[in-house]
Design a protein around this ligand. Structure first.
Ligand code: HEC
Ligand code: HEC
Ligand code: HEC
Ligand code: HEC
Length: 431
């Protein structure tokens, strides 16, 4: 009898000690210090320090507050799962295999950032001090809850300096280092490569000649000679366009030299990959068309989007000799690349295939709002690419998570691999 009592007491003590240890272990593994013992890379730690969730005077929001669900809603299950995943990866995988950039993208981050936790701390979707933009956006969220996640609009709240989900206006006020300011556009005479210079800026880009189908000049369907951009329109050029035509409104009322102004984008239109000579992306087909009009006004030439036939013709010439190989193509699945990352093709162009899909002027089929896009992107499989490979824009899908009402006519919210290249007809009998 006495033995039994002693045994029960001993078991009790052991259980108490175990639960104490478990509690300690749980506490320890819930601290920011524990998470940061591995997550020292810039994104996770420093950026969290700068985010509104750490700088607020009221409360510091800890790693596990966002990266685990609330207690009672699967906290321990997710904690064990994530803990094992992190430990296993830490001790077995090569750290260069971790793709942090991918884990930062909405589609992926949805799986490791828990919406219930956002809602636990932010139960009111319509607080009294919510701005008008916020009201529209949250109303939209409420209608599309199943498809949406808070972080689609609040990407930077965990690890960013951008304080609010608002238009990225700083993009437009960025000052260019102006070393040489071009005073006039290029004077192109023959069917040879030339450097176009945008007057009033330090921006220049190269145009390449494409000899048309000389034998069939009477055939109206024959391709006439033209020039095509060496590279896709880059952020350098596109930002100049944006800064000169900027408008805060959503409609087309703001006219600059007859060109209606683009609104600033939400968030980072470059997806954080960098700007400069990388292709500008995520603009709508409409925006690309307006860019061509603007460029034409600036240079006194007739820049436009290529027709599908022209694009295909140039692309066939480009790979006539060497074929399409990985030196000419970016299908890395993760991001866009700078032009020099690949070799020039048979006509001297770069990234006709892969990198970003390129808009053509042709409508897709009978559609009034979809257009032909050519060349595939960094997401494509190189085996599927060829001059004749064609895809269609997906207007509605690409604007699904745009919080604006009406939806943006300037930026696709849900497509990060589309851009464009400009062309120019060659008129041999002029000049
Ligand atoms: C032992 C080191 C270690 C610790 C401690 C650690 N992590 Fe991780 N974590 C990793 C590694 C390694 C990966 C990458 C896993 C992979 O790619 O397979 C990772 C991935 C992640 C991811 C991305 C999730 C995904 O689906 O890939 C998040 C979010 C994360 N950790 C949050 C945390 C939080 C919050 C804590 C603190 C509770 C924490 N980590 C503690 C090593 C650690
Ligand atoms: C307010 C919510 C919030 C808090 C607090 C938070 N995160 Fe995150 N975290 C996010 C979101 C949203 C993303 C995806 C977007 C991004 O990467 O910025 C993310 C992405 C990550 C990733 C994957 C992407 C990458 O670049 O590494 C890791 C790892 C991570 N967080 C770790 C941490 C750690 C460690 C802490 C604590 C120091 C922390 N997080 C605190 C919301 C949060
Ligand atoms: C532990 C509680 C907590 C969690 C979890 C949390 N937040 Fe917050 N959030 C706060 C606090 C506190 C503030 C600062 C309030 C203030 O400064 O007025 C804040 C601020 C914000 C702001 C305003 C930022 C600004 O610049 O004013 C947004 C947007 C936001 N949170 C969204 C989210 C989203 C999305 C998630 C889920 C990924 C999330 N929060 C998770 C507590 C939390
Ligand atoms: C469709 C985009 C969108 C979605 C989805 C969204 N928000 Fe917002 N949110 C906004 C906008 C826009 C604002 C206003 C920002 C401003 O005016 O600076 C805002 C503001 C906020 C604020 C700041 C409120 C204040 O008083 O200033 C918080 C907190 C917040 N959102 C939390 C959330 C949470 C939690 C979720 C998910 C349940 C969510 N949001 C989903 C776009 C969105």
């Amino acid at each position: 009898m006495r033995k039994a009592v002693v045994r029960i007491i001993l078991v009790g003590i052991v259980l108490f000690l175990l639960s104490f240890l478990f509690k300690k272990a749980d506490q320890y593994t819930s601290t920011d210090a524990y998470c940061n013992s591995c997550h020292v890379h810039e994104h996770a730690h420093t950026s969290w320090m700068q985010s509104p969730h750490n700088n607020s005077c009221e409360q510091t929001v800890h790693c596990i507050d966002c990266h685990l669900p609330p207690k009672g809603q699967g906290f321990y299950k997710e904690k064990v799962k994530a803990g094992l995943r992190d430990l296993y990866a830490f001790y077995t995988k090569d750290s260069t295999d971790f793709n942090w950039q991918q884990k930062s993208q909405v589609d992926f981050a949805k799986h490791h950032t828990f919406e219930q936790s956002c809602i636990q701390c932010h139960p009111k979707l319509f607080p009294s001090d919510l701005s008008e933009n916020g009201e529209l956006a949250h109303w939209h969220y409420q209608q599309n809850k199943e498809e949406m996640h808070c972080i689609q609009c609040h990407m930077n709240i965990g690890h960013g300096t951008d304080k609010k989900a608002s238009h990225n206006i700083t993009l437009f006020t960025k000052q260019h280092k102006k070393d040489t300011i071009y005073t006039q556009a290029a004077n192109s005479i023959g069917l040879t490569a030339f450097i176009e210079t945008i007057p009033g800026s330090d921006i220049a880009f190269k145009m390449l000649p494409v000899q048309g189908e000389a034998n069939n000049t009477n055939d109206s369907a024959a391709i006439q000679s033209f020039f095509i951009g060496e590279i896709e329109v880059s952020w350098d050029e596109y930002l100049l366009f944006l800064s000169e035509t900027e408008s805060e409104g959503r409609t087309e009322h703001n006219q600059v030299d007859g060109i209606s102004g683009a609104t600033p984008p939400w968030g980072n239109p470059d997806q954080g990959w960098g700007m400069g000579r990388r292709p500008a992306i995520t603009m709508t087909h409409h925006a690309a068309t307006v860019y061509c009009q603007w460029l034409s006004l600036k240079t006194g030439k007739d820049y436009r989007l290529p027709t599908e036939a022209e694009w295909e013709y140039a692309a066939s010439k480009a790979i006539e000799k060497e074929g399409l190989n990985s030196q000419l193509t970016n299908t890395n699945k993760t991001n866009t690349l700078e032009p020099n990352a690949v070799e020039a093709d048979g006509i001297g162009a770069r990234h006709l295939f892969g990198n970003v899909k390129e808009f053509c002027s042709d409508a897709f089929g009978q559609s009034t709002k979809e257009f032909v896009i050519k060349g595939g992107s960094f997401k494509s499989d190189i085996k599927t690419l060829s001059p004749s490979f064609r895809e269609s824009t997906q207007h509605d899908n690409w604007l699904k998570t745009d919080p604006q009402i009406p939806k943006s006519i300037w930026w696709y919210s849900d497509c990060n691999d589309v851009g464009f290249r400009v062309v120019l007809s060659y008129h041999s009998n002029e000049n």
